[in-house]
Ligand binder design. Structure first.
Ligand code: NAD
Length: 255
């Protein structure tokens, strides 16, 4: 099933209503309408600057102070710090309020699902959060805003105040392992799901891209909401192509 006419939306709404264990996976595409660029969409950070993808590996951050200084400057200027949730985030929160979401797994680090009202208990931020910093040596965590104040006051590469180690946003970079408990929880929910919706993700970052595959293998219906094709479109029971900020509210309205 392709595209996102009213008939398809109505059919997907029926699946959502009847689901007992629906899992929603979101990616950067749900936040573009809040002004945060994705990585691989037409205006994506890496589409426009392919060299940046190679530099995203944690090894550069650890070994090169210049990379860290640039990263802190980028964090100070990041559009996500002032972004507001959009209609897509609000629709996901509404689906949960109406009892239709067993687990929300987001690859996003911007915290906008929580701002929109998705509950922390049913949300896994599987790539971490940009709202906190973590020391890569001792593991101490703290609010991002406090460390950004240090950067604004001239510390170009602020060190951990407890052990002097390297600080980084509490996000998972390439080359860093996911938090095992988060990954297991997402995998268990995907395997138990009767409906799996992948929203605004190119489904190319592993191991997260494997979650819909696990769901389908265990009999779940798969719905993909994305502006561009993904590698799993041929496995989907429905592919909804419109802008997320229109498709998800239409889905909620059709429940
Ligand atoms: P991606 O950039 O690989 O893919 C995003 C997809 O969303 C694209 O296929 C694009 O066509 C689609 N899209 C963009 N805007 C859309 C819209 N309004 N309506 C419908 N579709 C839309 O993103 P990904 O799969 O999440 O992987 C990127 C990685 O980068 C993730 O691991 C994530 O942690 C990180 N990231 C996060 C943010 C954020 O927190 N907001 C932003 C950029 C990257």
């Amino acid at each position: 099933m392709g595209q996102s006419g009213p008939d398809v939306i109505a059919e997907v709404a029926g699946w959502v209503r009847r689901a007992h264990a629906a899992v929603i996976l979101t990616g950067a595409g749900i936040s573009t309408e809040s002004g945060i660029p994705d990585f691989r969409g037409p205006q994506g950070v890496w589409t426009r600057n392919p060299g940046a993808e190679a530099k995203a590996d944690i090894s550069y951050y650890l070994s090169d102070p210049a990379v860290r200084r640039e990263a802190w400057q980028t964090r100070v200027e990041h559009p996500g710090r002032h972004a507001e949730p959009n209609a897509g985030h609000r629709a996901v929160a509404e689906l949960e309020r109406r009892g239709h979401v067993a687990l929300l797994v987001t690859q996003n680090i911007d915290g906008l699902h929580l701002d929109a009202g998705s509950s922390p208990q049913r949300t896994v931020e599987i790539h971490g959060t940009m709202r906190e910093v973590v020391c890569l040596a001792c593991g101490d965590r703290g609010p991002m805003e406090e460390t950004l104040e240090r950067v604004r006051h001239g510390e170009a590469d602020p060190a951990c105040r407890i052990c002097g180690g390297i600080l980084k946003s509490a996000t998972i970079s390439f080359g860093q392992a996911l938090v095992t408990a988060d990954l297991f929880r997402a995998q268990r929910a995907a395997e138990a799901a009767d409906l799996f919706m992948a929203v605004g993700t190119s489904l190319t970052v592993y191991p997260v891209a494997d979650l819909p595959v696990r769901a389908v293998r265990n009999g779940a219906r798969l719905v993909i909401v994305n502006a561009e094709p993904t590698p799993l479109d041929t496995h989907a029971d429905a592919v909804l192509r419109g802008p997320i900020g229109e498709v998800l509210p239409a889905l909620v309205a059709a429940l």
